[in-house]
Design a protein around this ligand. Structure first.
Ligand code: G3H
Ligand code: 13P
Ligand code: ZN
Length: 350
């Protein structure tokens, strides 16, 4: 099955009120875990690669890995998405390597550290949309700044993004601004900020309405009922995975992620793409630690990477099921990108 666009997958998810987990992929084991799980439950897949993933694996290796995914699992519709593109050039180079969707994250300037203002964000996102839609690829934009409503810290503490304090005003997407941004750019999907952040250390206790602003999401959805919303920083950081790591020589500080029932509530409020990276990292690391601690003489990577792959597949399967994506693959038409490009050209205002 050929790669499909994000737009097609999210249109289907909206029509049937479910969401698709977008899993970050950096290596073969992650790709196989995601695809095995999707194939087992007949779910459509969004594989996403950050700039870091592209640098780590290499664009050519990643492109072949994704092609392998579609060949080995021909029944599974797959979208290949650039996560957090920092410039139009990054997004274009992703499309040139076969990605069918890109995120232009103009909430930060190209350096990944300085805040981008509205006009910068809208300009780079609009230009990305213009180019991507010509070839049928989709574009995700972002409005609002990810970061902790508990501490006011931007994302640098998780190794990404802005360093310093942000106001609540910055950290929560404004519904009117979101509506202007969608009108100004023509994005296919919109990432919003409601208190989630990347990495394992999202909340110091189980989040409530003050620290995870689901009510703000409801306002955005009411203002933009037809826009596909994206939740970044959506790992749940499960207790059992933390315990496996810490019981096997790890040293994670106590922490809380986004509870699955909150994600389910978000899906009822227009969230169609749920970004998950950290949970796969935790599952892989815990399994590897356990094998190596139990058997210090082990040195066959297939043993510990194989256990890691199985642990990631269990997590992926659970998320496909919990988010309602299981069983949906056969219903996706899998339109070629040329057809998507034709539709964009024919859309009113194009
Ligand atoms: O955007 C955050 C994702 O978790 C990707 O992380 O840039 O370390 O690959 P990364
Ligand atoms: P997590 O760190 O919560 O997995 O978020 C990943 C993400 O948003 C990738 O864009
Ligand atoms: Zn993200």
């Amino acid at each position: 099955m050929p790669l499909v666009s994000l737009r097609e997958l999210l249109d289907h998810a909206a029509e049937h009120t479910y969401a698709i987990p977008a899993f970050n992929v950096n290596n073969m084991e992650q790709m196989q875990a995601i695809m095995q799980a999707a194939d087992a439950v007949e779910a459509p897949v969004i594989l996403q690669a950050s700039r870091g993933a592209r640098a780590y694996a290499g664009d050519v290796v990643l492109a072949h890995l994704i092609r392998a995914a579609t060949e080995v699992y021909p029944r599974v519709p797959v979208c290949m998405h650039q996560d957090h593109g920092n410039s139009v050039a990054t997004c274009v180079s992703a499309i040139r390597h076969g990605f069918t969707s890109v995120m232009m994250d103009g909430t930060l300037r190209e350096d990944g550290k300085t805040l981008g203002d509205y006009s910068y964000n809208a300009a780079v996102t609009r230009e990305t949309v213009r180019i991507a839609h010509m070839v049928g690829a989709s574009v995700e934009g972002e409005i609002g700044h990810l970061g902790s409503l508990e501490t006011g810290h931007g994302e640098a503490e998780d190794g990404h993004g802005f360093e310093g304090l942000l106001t609540r005003d910055h950290l929560l997407t404004k519904p009117d601004e979101a509506a202007s941004f969608v009108a100004d750019t023509g994005v296919d999907a919109l990432a919003i900020a409601i208190g989630t952040s990347h990495g394992a250390y999202k909340f110091s206790r189980k989040p409530d309405g003050e620290t995870l602003a689901v009510a703000r999401l409801a306002e955005i959805h009411a203002r933009l009922p037809h826009m596909h919303l994206v939740l970044h920083g959506a790992s749940s950081v499960p207790d059992d995975l933390q315990e496996i790591i810490n019981a096997n020589g790890g040293a994670l500080r106590p922490t809380f992620g986004v509870p699955l029932e909150e994600i389910e509530a978000c899906i009822q409020l227009g969230v169609r793409k749920v970004n998950i990276d950290t949970d796969l990292r935790l599952a892989l690391t815990g399994a590897i630690r356990r094998v190596l601690l139990r058997d210090p003489a082990e040195f066959d990577p297939r043993r510990y990477l194989g256990e890691g792959r199985s642990a990631m597949a269990v997590l992926c399967r659970d998320r496909f099921e919990r988010f309602g994506a299981a069983g949906r693959a056969p219903g996706v038409a899998c339109l070629p990108l040329d057809e998507m490009a034709r539709r964009y050209r024919a859309a009113p205002g194009a």
